[in-house]
Write a protein that binds this ligand. Structure first.
Ligand code: MN
Length: 423
C-alpha cells in the first residue's frame, strides 16, 4: 500500500485528475475491431489486453483472461488477485520490469487506446440482490410512504433489508433503457390500468462483486465476507415508483425494479480501495454478534449524479454524496445474506441500497430530491424535472480522492427510451 501516486511510464496515468492511475488498475472486458471479448485493465487513457500478457507468460492468471467475463479469474481467489496486481504494477510502473515497455510487438498488441475499444459487461452476474441500507434514504422514503412516526421499519436497525432482484437485466453503462410498462393505480383510482411508468427514477448505489463463493449451509462471518468481495462498481437501480407503490406490499419491489439495472464497466478492486476504508456510522442499537463490524468496511467514495435532458448536450449535476452514508457495509450485507445457509456464488452482485446524504442536493433518488413529486429540479434554460422523461440521460460518477491521485470508477450512464408498445 502507498500514500501517494505510483508513477507509470504511461504518462496519462500520472495526471492528478486521472480516474485510472497505476494505483487503480480496475478490471473490465473489452473488444477491439475483431469483436473478440477479452479481459483488460484500465490505465490512464489506455487499456491493457490481459489475454495478450497472459499468453506472453507475464501473469499468473491460468488462462482466465482470454475469456469474455472476469468470473473465472475471480474464482482463482485472493492470493492470485494479489499476485496478478503485483505483476501488473511491476510491468507498468516507472523503473519496474521493462519487458512490456521495451517490446514493440507486445506493446502494439497489448496496449490499446481506450477510445478505440468497446466495453462490455465485466462479469456474468450470477444473482443480483439489492439492499436498503442507507439511513437517510430509508427515512425519507419511509416518511413519504408511511409517515414520520413509522419511517424506519422496526427491523431496520437490526438487519440490512434486501430483496432478490434479477441478474438477467443487469446491463453495462451505455445501454439504453426502455421505459417499463406496468400496473399503475393512483390512490383515488378504483382499479389499476396497464401502461408506461410515469414516475421513472434512479437509485444511486454501489455494487459489490462477489469474487469467491460460499457453500450452502455454511454462513460466513463479516470478516470472511469482506475477503470474498473482489471489487465494486457504480450501480443505477432504475426504479418505476408508480409500479412500485402499487405492487410492493407485502413482498417488496418486483416489476418496478426488474426491467433494468445499470453498472459501470470497470470493477475497482478492493486492493485499490484499501487506503480509503472508513467505518460505518455509530450504532444506535448494538448489532447481533453475527453482523457486528469487524473493522472499517465502508469506503470514502465521492459520488455524483448528472442529468442530460432530452435534446440537450449540457448536463447538470443534480446530486453529490458519499458512499460513507451507508449504515451497513457490503461485507455485513454478504454475511447477513449467508446467515441462513444461503450459498453465495462467484459473480453475485450486491446493490448497496440508495446512497443519500442529509440534504436534498445529496439525495440518491429523484423521488427524494422532489419529495414524491411535490418539487422539481431546475436544470436551467427553462427546463425542470420531477421524474425522468424520455430522451433523458442519467450518469453516475465516483472516485476516491488520494494525495495527488484518485481512484476513479468511471461512469455508469444510460438513456431512457420511450416505452415499448403494450401487448
Ligand atoms: Mn435499490
Amino acid at each position: 500500500m502507498t500514500d501517494g501516486l505510483i508513477r507509470s511510464w504511461i504518462d496519462s496515468a500520472n495526471a492528478d485528475d486521472c480516474n485510472f492511475p497505476l494505483n487503480n488498475l480496475p478490471y473490465g472486458v473489452f473488444s477491439a475491431d475483431d469483436g473478440v471479448k477479452k479481459c483488460c485493465v484500465a490505465i490512464g487513457d489506455r487499456i491493457i489486453d490481459l489475454a495478450t500478457l497472459e499468453e506472453a507468460e507475464l501473469l499468473n492468471s491460468s488462462g482466465t483472461f482470454a475469456l469474455d467475463a472476469l468470473n473465472d479469474f475471480m474464482a482463482l481467489g485472493t492470493d492470485v488477485w494479489a499476485q496478478v496486481r503485483a505483476q501488473l504494477t511491476d510491468l507498468l510502473k516507472e523503473g519496474g520490469n521493462d519487458w512490456l515497455r521495451t517490446n514493440d510487438s507486445l506493446m502494439k498488441r497489448a496496449v490499446l487506446q481506450q477510445a478505440d475499444v468497446s466495453m462490455h459487461m465485466p462479469f456474468r452476474v450470477a444473482e443480483f440482490t439489492d439492499f436498503y441500507a442507507g439511513r437517510n434514504h430509508a427515512t425519507n422514503v419511509g416518511t413519504m410512504f408511511r409517515g414520520k412516526e413509522n419511517a424506519l421499519p422496526p427491523n431496520w436497525l437490526h438487519i440490512p433489508i434486501g430483496y432478490n432482484g434479477r441478474a438477467s437485466t443487469v446491463v453495462v453503462s451505455g445501454t439504453d433503457i426502455h421505459r417499463p410498462n406496468g400496473q399503475l393505480k393512483k390512490p383515488d383510482d378504483r382499479s389499476p390500468e396497464f401502461g408506461p411508468c410515469k414516475r421513472l427514477d434512479i437509485e444511486l448505489e454501489m455494487g459489490a462483486v462477489v469474487g469467491t463463493g460460499s457453500k450452502m449451509g455454511s454462513p460466513v462471518t463479516v470478516e470472511q465476507a469482506d475477503s470474498m468481495i473482489f471489487g465494486y462498481v457504480l450501480l443505477n437501480d432504475w426504479s418505476a415508483r408508480d409500479i412500485q407503490a402499487w405492487e410492493y406490499q407485502p413482498l417488496g419491489p418486483f416489476q418496478a425494479k426488474a426491467f433494468a439495472t445499470s453498472i459501470s464497466p470497470w470493477v475497482v478492486t478492493k486492493a485499490a480501495l484499501e487506503p480509503f476504508r472508513i467505518s460505518t456510522p455509530e450504532r444506535e442499537i448494538d448489532l447481533l454478534p453475527h453482523l457486528r463490524d469487524a473493522g472499517p468496511m465502508l469506503y470514502d467514495i465521492d459520488l455524483e449524479v448528472a442529468l442530460t435532458p432530452d435534446g440537450e448536450t449540457k448536463e447538470t449535476v443534480i446530486s453529490r454524496t458519499n458512499y460513507c452514508e451507508m449504515y451497513y457495509s457490503s461485507a455485513q450485507q454478504l454475511a447477513h445474506h449467508s446467515s441462513s445457509g444461503c450459498a453465495m456464488n462467484v459473480g453475485d452482485l450486491l446493490g448497496s441500497g440508495t446512497i443519500s446524504g442529509a440534504s436534498p442536493d445529496s439525495y440518491g433518488s429523484m423521488l427524494e430530491m422532489c419529495w414524491g413529486g411535490e418539487n422539481s429540479i431546475d436544470l436551467g434554460e427553462g427546463i425542470s424535472r420531477t421524474f425522468i422523461e424520455d430522451g433523458d440521460r442519467l450518469t453516475l460518477r465516483g472516485h476516491c480522492q488520494g494525495a495527488g491521485y484518485r481512484i476513479g470508477f468511471g461512469e455508469c450512464s444510460g438513456e431512457i427510451l420511450p416505452a415499448r408498445d403494450k401487448h
